[in-house]
Design a protein around this ligand. Sequence first.
Ligand SMILES: Cc1cc2nc3c(=O)[nH]c(=O)nc-3n(C[C@H](O)[C@H](O)[C@H](O)COP(=O)(O)O)c2cc1C
Length: 161
Amino acid sequence: MDILDVIKSRRNIKKFKSDAVQLDLIYSWLEAAKMAPNHRMTEPWEVYFVGPDTRAKLNHKTNFGNAPVLIAVLSKHGATAIEKEENAMATACFIQNFNLAAWAEGVGTFWSSIGITAKNREILGVPSNYDLIGVLGIGYPEIIPDPKPRTSIMNKIKNLP
Ligand SMILES: Cc1cc2nc3c(=O)[nH]c(=O)nc-3n(C[C@H](O)[C@H](O)[C@H](O)COP(=O)(O)O)c2cc1C
């Protein structure tokens, strides 16, 4: 797939096959993810692989679509409020890089914001100086949803004088 096909065909996957995803592959997608833009090279992201005991405590309603792998992606705060915000943006770029790299090799992700509650932050052991940007289920898709309708980009463009 060329890059536009990867971007346009990616979906948030809600139901996964039980097939394992090789750890080496996941590491290679994380290596691609780390090339994300980040202001002042703060590289604010950290990745926790969520083991079965921790995952059970999260008590997610679909168990993340039964994804065989679950990661939490954290973003370190900066020295200022602006840096904290920019770091969170950079980590979102990191996640999307990861999502696209995985998708290009047939693996889907389920981006869940379940982790943002205080209780789930505690379960995941997120330090107070980190944001939790997403919890990602990772696996081979059982179902690939149809694309969700999007507003024409022409409605989102403004030409300034
Ligand atoms: C910051 C963020 C948080 C999200 N949290 C959830 C979530 O908690 N549960 C969920 O089902 N999808 C979540 N999603 C995925 C979106 O629902 C999904 O991307 C959107 O419906 C569009 O679908 P698509 O990605 O397949 O095009 C999240 C996406 C982002 C960017």
